[in-house]
Ligand binder design. Sequence first.
Ligand code: UN1
Length: 496
Amino acid sequence: MTPPRTYSNFINGEWVAAASGRTFENVNPANRNDLIGYFPKSGPEDVDAAISAAKRAYKSWKNTPPPKRGEILYRAATMLQESEERFAEAMTREMGKVLEEARGDVQEAIDMTFYMAGEGRRLFGQTTTSELPNKFCMTVRSSLGVCGLITPWNFPMAIPSWKIMPALICGNTVVLKPATDTPLSSYNLVQILEEAGLPRGVVNLVTGNGSDVGNPLLTHTDVRALSFTGSTEIGRKVSQACAASFKHCCLEMGGKNVIMVLDDANLDLAVEGALWGGFGTTGQRCTATSRVVVQNGVYKDFVDRFVERTRALKVGNGLDSTVQVGPLVNEAQRQTVESYVEIGKNEGAKLLCGGQRLSGGEYDMGWYYAPTIFGECDPKMRIAQEEIFGPVVSVIRCDSLDNAIEIGNDIAYGLSSSLYTRNVNSAFTAMREMETGIFYVNAPTIGAETHLPFGGTKQTGNGHREAATAALDFYSEWKSIYVDFSDKLQRAQIDT
Ligand code: UN1
């Protein structure tokens, strides 16, 4: 174990302590005696300094040719590859997800960085016609300015990269505020960007909590765009705060994602999918499968196999390569899970496995909870409607494809959904009817790739998408350009 270290903010190209000198602790959720380090407990004055630095740096970064910006990102991506194992281990230690998944998280950051590096030579606009002779029309993407980025703990390197990389390639500068549970992975990412040659002030990192660091980012008039990933409850406040100064605002919020299993499904595959979608990352993904809707003909068979496989999952410290499910990120998250399990029991759902904290031995040192399945859930129960963000799956019966779609869509969220079937007509019907931003056929609700748009409908988002070229639409705005080479005044709509 590396001994605890004191880490810094990154402001204007310098590694600095919080102005107040205060720090907070970053602790391993698998072992509360393992103190990873102390991070700056920053306040509004640190945020101000970071925003001013970002504003100064913006002047030259916005006019740096995008392929040159891309070269820096490309270098950062190769450096991330070289450090993948070290960063994955650091991530498992601060967040708890098993090492294989932490590697996937770093890999997702690498993918996004390469992808956006390539955009440096594209950032395509349109050329088009004019209604007037000797006139040329085109569109170009313009950068916005300083972007504030607020990221969650569940994908501690991937999600910061989803926001930083498109922001930078479009010519913006950024201030990143990572979740207090996982500042180290952001620190590692930002350090790579520095080493890759990013000019001072282009990326700034300020650690600390929502009220001291997040709020000033939301209200500062020099921040032109704000991207937030987190709960719907906080997202609403973010949106309201941004409205006051008309900041562009991108929200990625809650999910209550469903796998639908029809009678004609490959049942082994569906069980495998539910297991991975439900309990991967200990259920702490926005995309996690927290509902499984199963057609009556295979309900019993599916549930028997799903419960048997879930009971056999090995829970423990994610650094142990035989472990399949790590701890929850912190005690508050475990209490949320516990309270939902109580709610489920009181609502009359059938507890099929799990339903308790794990204790004894190493379990007493961390935030462990047994993977839990509720059967015979009514679709209206709170455990089938509200985001739990933990290892709890609610299984619901349905009698047809239409019924499955109806239950699947009868929810406040709209991130991801999936259908297991061997019938192509059913697959295409569900693909059309599901009200989610992401849809899978014969695969679980998790596993989005970086070159496709990521985001959801209803209370999951506010219409923007991350990743892919869709992200460029958030981090830039269109400028329409008309060049008249007729040498006379031509009046649109009038000189016909
Ligand atoms: C999240 O849960 O916040 O599709 C992001 C997935 C991952 C990203 C999840 N690639 O599950």
